[in-house]
Ligand binder design. Structure first.
Ligand code: TNX
Length: 537
């Protein structure tokens, strides 16, 4: 009887456990509210899709997804007001009181309803397809439930550096697919740097003819563990404007905005190699850098440079519909400006305090130009030095200090602190057991734990925190497989930082219950990832 008692206790506790496990039904990022209900909906080839507008891109996404994954050709029909049985109803009706990008998903035995507008409808569909069983054949059995959901932050970003290493249009699209699956809505495309200029600019063809190519490929490390090693294979690549447009359109189909970054005044070696007259010493022989780091040669703050950058930004603005244009601003040593008569003359004429004042003047001039085109600038937190441009948004990467200072001044902020594991080029576990990386320690648990609203800010000041982003720099990332390895599974943790209300975050539920299922999905879809085993600093 003792045994029977133990058995009863065991069964009872297992039952309780079963009820409490998987409170989010496997969905990442964890939704605002999930209520499981009795019954199932069976989705098949016969299920009708009824939508307010059948040509809507979210609606098309669902129909194409069912076609591609299950070879279903579900009939699409405009909503008539009377919902059919065995139907998925996609509609803007029933969205009252929902915040932007939110949705209500109801799975009942005879119908699935997703209420949402624009991105909200798309995100409801993303949640729905995460509930599909992994097996791709037969019908799709879905547990009944009601989910209400909306994001914590309006800016949910992921960055990719395509300068240090170049990635194809096809790969960038796959990257966007992953972002969209986890409800990230902003892709920060780092298009120019010392090691390569990657965007075609019609007015300055040498930017890509010369600036997109480097003579050698660095295969070793530039610091600590290994001396620099080169093979002498030339390396290069760039996107034509047609390709850029294609990627922008693809992103838009998944409700992702692309923010292009054109670096200034630093990280400019590729541009100077193409047009040495933009430097403070045009007689020097500039080369597209084959090594990593911070270089002293930067754009000279001359009228010629301002004219050039305005031309470049004009073409960039014509291509990209984003509200924000990122103009860099980071890591610009002032060595060259200190010894340049031209730079010193401007400091004198404008009565600027020093070279930092000149950097601030540089950024403010570019801001005026970007604002005149109806857009706003984002810059790395160095743009605080010497005074912020009046309308600038600050990307806080050297910890949170820059973001905190900017918010206190009433400027918008995007948090992307390298010290809080948002640098996905940093190692996910003990670095001697991981592929060669730039250093740093950014394990999954630390990414997950990040909270973008610092306690140092009042609730009113925290309103300036537009959101959060992770960065993937590619000095040590030459292959697509390595990008995926660094991105996954950390992208999922980022999505929960950006989307999920603080009260719903739970690392145990995330890492022990939900992640595994998503890894299996990556396996099925051929994405590389790091098996998330924690191995300490
Ligand atoms: C700093 S983050 C940089 C990049 C490097 C990165 C490597 C920032 C604004 N600048 O140029 O790629 O560190 O982690």
């Amino acid at each position: 009887s003792c045994l029977l008692f133990l058995l009863t206790v065991f069964i009872f506790s297992a039952g309780v456990k079963a009820q409490n496990t998987d409170p989010n039904m496997g969905v990442i990022p964890a939704p605002v509210s999930v209520q499981k209900q009795a019954g199932t909906f069976v989705l098949s080839q016969e299920t009708l899709i009824q939508a307010d507008t059948v040509t809507n891109k979210a609606v098309r996404f669902l129909a194409d997804y069912l076609q591609n994954r299950y070879s279903f050709s579900n009939k699409l029909q405009t909503n008539t007001g009377t919902a059919a049985n065995n139907a998925i109803i996609l509609t803007a009706a029933g969205t009252e009181g929902l915040p932007a990008e939110g949705y209500r998903l109801t799975i009942a035995p005879n119908q699935i309803t997703i209420a949402g507008k624009g991105a909200g409808l798309f995100y409801g569909i993303q949640t729905l397809i995460q509930l599909f069983p992994l097996e791709r054949s037969g019908t799709i059995k879905l547990p009944c439930a009601r989910i209400e959901d909306y994001p914590r932050f309006g800016y949910r970003g992921m960055h990719l550096d395509v300068s240090r290493h170049f990635f194809s249009v096809e790969f960038v699209k796959r990257y966007l697919d992953l972002m969209a699956a986890y409800k990230l809505n902003t892709f920060h495309w780092h298009l120019t740097d010392d090691q390569g200029w990657r965007i075609e600019i019609k007015k300055y063809p040498r930017l890509t003819q010369v600036g997109s190519q480097r003579a050698e490929t660095l295969i070793g490390n530039y610091h600590d563990r290994m001396p620099q090693q080169f093979d002498n294979t030339p390396y290069g690549g760039y996107y034509t404007q047609d390709q850029i447009r294609e990627v922008i359109q693809y992103a838009a189909s998944k409700y992702i905005t692309i923010i292009p970054e054109i670096e200034m005044p630093g990280h400019a070696m590729a541009a100077l190699a193409a047009y040495p007259e933009l430097s403070c010493d045009p007689k020097q022989d500039y080369k597209v850098s084959g090594t990593w780091g911070v270089f002293n040669n930067i754009f000279c703050p001359t009228e010629k440079t301002f004219g050039f950058l305005q031309d470049v930004l004009s073409e960039v603005i014509d291509l990209f519909p984003s509200k924000y244009i990122h103009i860099g601003g980071d890591e610009a040593p002032k060595v060259v400006w200190k010894s340049s008569p031209e730079a010193q003359a401007i400091i004198k004429r404008l009565k600027l305090k020093d070279e930092h004042g000149l950097q601030s003047y540089f950024i403010q001039r570019m801001e005026k130009f970007v604002n005149s085109k109806g857009r706003s600038i984002i810059g790395w937190d160095e743009i605080l030095e010497g005074g912020l441009a009046p309308n600038a948004t600050v990307m806080s990467w050297r910890g949170e200090a820059g973001g905190i200072a900017a918010a206190k001044q009433g400027h918008n902020v995007i948090m992307t602190p390298s010290s809080s594991a948002l640098y996905f080029d940093h190692s996910q576990a003990r670095s001697d057991l991981e592929p060669l990386s730039i250093g740093g320690f950014a394990p999954l648990s630390k990414v997950y734990a990040y909270n973008p609203t610092p306690a140092a800010l009042t609730p009113a000041q925290n309103k300036y925190i537009l959101g959060v982003q992770a960065n993937l720099w590619t000095e040590y990332v030459a292959t697509e497989k390595k990008v995926e390895y660094l991105l996954l599974p950390r992208l999922m943790a980022l999505s929960e930082v950006a989307w999920t209300p603080l009260a719903n975050k739970n690392y145990t539920d995330f890492s022990e219950t939900r992640v595994a299922r998503h890894l299996a999905w990556f396996d099925k879809n051929g994405f590389n990832y790091r098996v998330p085993v924690a191995i300490g600093a």
